[in-house]
Every structure is written in structure tokens, then in C-alpha cells.
Design a protein around this ligand. Structure first.
Ligand code: PXL
Length: 285
């Protein structure tokens, strides 16, 4: 990708503005940090409103230590952001595209759902981060159910990984055909465009994702780069979709760009002492 391509925002002299509602992941591989780096690479003005702080625990198998941001503080961040750039700004809204990453608790889901309920966002990209290691199973189940009930119906584009696609569709995914069936089912449930990720979880030489928006079903495939998942791949994929939609791409174009951005980022990953290497958003340069 050339620098002219990554910085161009069609028909605009100022960059598109996008919001990530996401958690901080302290080592910088995933979460809001990955979102902001992706946004910058793709030439959009990124904003992050934080929902939680995740710090892996190196002395406990790198499990997640999860601390939610206070609900009032989440609401304040969203208030500040929409007052500055959104429909509440008094000026024409320049913020119509939002990405939702880790929310992490039913309370946060409620706060975010209320903020989105006004319909101020044309593009709502949901990375349906379901289970976070280190959380109590019961707590995670509540969170999963709240996400499905309150956030999924607001999404216009959803990017489940293998596990999340099984959970959202209720289908077992063992191959490309069952990944396609899950993508179709999740579209039927949500009305959203779906990019369901097989990643390293499906056997075979290629990392295969399936796009479905109710009309077009497309298999996106790239040779696997190793057999181990890379931190930040899911966040960066959804963040690329977000940036591209904000710049005027169609959902299918955004999905294709996201697949190639993430593939390049994984090829150029940063080695880490944690169990997962980190995707490098500068990979496409
Ligand atoms: O990759 C999912 C993810 C998203 N957001 C945060 C995370 C993680 C995984 O670690 O910590 C904040």
C-alpha cells in the first residue's frame, strides 16, 4: 500500500473521524491501542473512549486482570466525544462511525447501549469480544447475553472470531461450509454485515474468513502465517473496517481491505515475551 492510498479520505480536506469504545490492553497489542494505531495508519482521526483496563498477569499464565472503568466515567467520555464531534456538537456531525470492542460487563453494555440508542451513528462496527480469560464464567455469561440482547441489534457490521461465531449462531464451525452457515445465521439474527473469521482455528493452509451482508457471500482467504493466533488481529481487523467505512467504502470493500491489512500486520508482527506476538499495524507500509 502506498502512502497516498493510506492517507486519502475521498472528497475531504480533513480526515474522517472515528470512535473506538474499547478496553486498554496494557502491552499495546490489542484493544484501544491497536484501534488507534490502525486508525492512524489508515488516515482517519481516531478517538478512544475506554471501558476497562486489562493487564495480563505474567506470574499467572498471562491471565487477564480486568478492571472496569467507572460507569459515570464511561458516560462522561461518550458525552465529551459526541459533544465535540457528534450530533450534539451543534455543528454538522462529523462522527458517524463507531467501533465497539471489549465492554466486559453488563453494566458497561447498558451504558454504551444507552449512548448509542439515539441512532447518531450510521456505521456501528461490533467486534463481539465475548469471553475474557480471568473473568468468572457466570460473569462472562451475563456479559455475553447482554451483548447479544443490547449491542448486537445496534450493529451494522459484526466481526466474530471462530468462538464468537459459534456462540452467536448456535452452530458448530468445523470448516468453511459451516463458517458460511454461521455468517448467514448471524446476519439473519442481527441484520448486520458479517465478517466471520476462521483464522488459525480451521485446518488447512489458508486463513479463511467469510463475508455475508444478505446479498453477497464472499470467502476471503490468505496463506496462514504460522499456526498461532497473533494479539491484536481481531481488533485491527474491525478497526480497519471502521476506518474504511468512515472513508466511504462499501462493507465488502472494507472487509477486503481489512483482510489484507491484517495479513500484512501479522507477517510483520512484533515478538513478545507474552504467549502471543503482536500485530504491527505498520506492516502494510
Ligand atoms: O483481542 C481482544 C481484546 C480486546 N480488547 C482488550 C483485550 C483483548 C484481549 O486481550 O485485552 C482490552
Amino acid at each position: 500500500m502506498t502512502s497516498a492510498e493510506v492517507t486519502a479520505t475521498p472528497d475531504r480536506t480533513t480526515p474522517a473521524v472515528v470512535l473506538a469504545i474499547a478496553g486498554s490492553e496494557a502491552t499495546g497489542g490489542a484493544g484501544a491501542q491497536a484501534d488507534l494505531k490502525t486508525f492512524q495508519e489508515l488516515g482517519v482521526f481516531g478517538i478512544a473512549n475506554l471501558t476497562c483496563i486489562v493487564s495480563f498477569d505474567p506470574s499467572d499464565s498471562w491471565n487477564h486482570r480486568f478492571v472496569p472503568v467507572d460507569q459515570a466515567v464511561i458516560a462522561h467520555q461518550l458525552e465529551a466525544t459526541t459533544a465535540a464531534y457528534g450530533a450534539a456538537s451543534g455543528a454538522p456531525s462529523v462522527l458517524d462511525t463507531v467501533k465497539i470492542g471489549m465492554l466486559g460487563s453488563p453494566a458497561t453494555i447498558e451504558t454504551v447501549a444507552s449512548a448509542l440508542a439515539g441512532g447518531a451513528f450510521t456505521n456501528v462496527v461490533l467486534d463481539p469480544v465475548l469471553i475474557c480469560k480471568g473473568q468468572e464464567p457466570g460473569h462472562a455469561l451475563d456479559t455475553d447475553q447482554a451483548l447479544k440482547a443490547q449491542i448486537l441489534p445496534l450493529a451494522t457490521f459484526v466481526t466474530p472470531n471462530h468462538f464468537e461465531a459459534e456462540s452467536l449462531s448456535g452452530l458448530e464451525i468445523t470448516d468453511v461450509e459451516s463458517l458460511k452457515a454461521a455468517a448467514v445465521r448471524i446476519h439473519e439474527l442481527s441484520g448486520a454485515a458479517v465478517l466471520a473469521k476462521g483464522g488459525v482455528r480451521l485446518t488447512g493452509p489458508d486463513a479463511v474468513d467469510v463475508f455475508y451482508d444478505g446479498e453477497t457471500l464472499e470467502v476471503l482467504s490468505a496463506p496462514k502465517v504460522g499456526e498461532v493466533a497473533v494479539s491484536g488481529a481481531g481488533c485491527s481487523l474491525a478497526a480497519t473496517v471502521t476506518a474504511e467505512l468512515a472513508k466511504g467504502a462499501t462493507p465488502l470493500e472494507a472487509a477486503r481491505t481489512a483482510k489484507s491489512f491484517v495479513t500484512a500486520g501479522i507477517r510483520n508482527r512484533v515478538a513478545s515475551g507474552a504467549p502471543f506476538d503482536a500485530l504491527w499495524q505498520g506492516g502494510p507500509r
